[in-house]
Write a protein that binds this ligand. Sequence first.
Ligand SMILES: [Zn+2]
Length: 371
Amino acid sequence: MKSNKEYKQCVKCVMDTTDPDITFNNFNVCNYCIEAEANIVHFKFTKEEEKQNIEKLKIDILRDQKGKYDCVVGLSGGVDSSYVAYLAKEMGLNPLCVHFDNGWNSELAVSNIKKIVDKCGFDLETYVIDWPEFKDLQRSFFKAGVVDIEMLSDHAIMATMFSLRKKHNIKYILSGSNYVTEHGMPLSWLWRKQDLTNIKGIQKKFGTKKIKNFPTMNSVQYQISRLFGLGGVYIELLNNINYSKEGAMKVLEKEFGWQYYGGKHYESVFTKFYQAYYLPEKFGFDKRKVHLSAQIRNEEISKEDALIELEKPFYSGIELKNDLEYVLKKLSFTNEEFEKIMKDEPKSHLDYPSDEWIFKLWRKGRAILKK
Ligand SMILES: [Zn+2]
């Protein structure tokens, strides 16, 4: 939400008061930098430690192999997931690669994925979403005026991975989630991906279709399966090595002829539009600040370089007009309808039904258990 507070930017990174919850210490260092300083050391390894980490994981994964595949890798074609596939190859694993096609993939993403699985000799299963249903859900989220429209894809990917893992009797899911390039996302810039009640509530209010084929998983199912390990074991592989986005991209380009998209998560036309138009225009949120700040804290770039990057427009020249036209046409919004959506006051996910109480209860329970 656009804040009326006085504008202030962190002295170390490029996060600022466009995040309504940001706080600063007496030296004008933001809460994200302070938190990261304490945590990032846990993701820095010597060459020897890196080797040991990978070797240990490899032993665990191979020991528990029951069927043809030893693990599942979700492949979006972006840097992080592509690098996980590369590491899986290096480790001598045989993953089932899963690609989630929500109807918005860029051709470049599809070509990058093909290059990787072809060269590695991995099997690829592409899950194609029921487009009319998904389109209706995306339209509902726009009409609801909430911040996290991407939670629809993230939720469906999570549910799909869980069910595929079960179907093929695979214990491990190798995930591209990682601390060094992803930490420091303001909570108000997104919503909890597991909140199925929220998805259903918004769809009930604004949608025209019943949820039938959209892959789902409810919050209780999610928490219980995590608690008892029923949902398989998630391995955040990149948290076990000295991961850097720049380094990973170099390897991917060299090994696979992989090509960069020009922005984090821009492998999807929708995600680019969402991050480069919807979020900044409606909410005043610029996710590049989060990604660049994470890179500053990981000593990949300087603050000066990040500021130069932020000066660049989200879209160059005619690109925005083209993407806007494409997105509106694909989602069957008229210009007037969409203008109204962009102008309407932003809404909170909590303005709609939510599982928030389950998460609160869960956190309380865990805190008590810890004591
Ligand atoms: Zn900072």
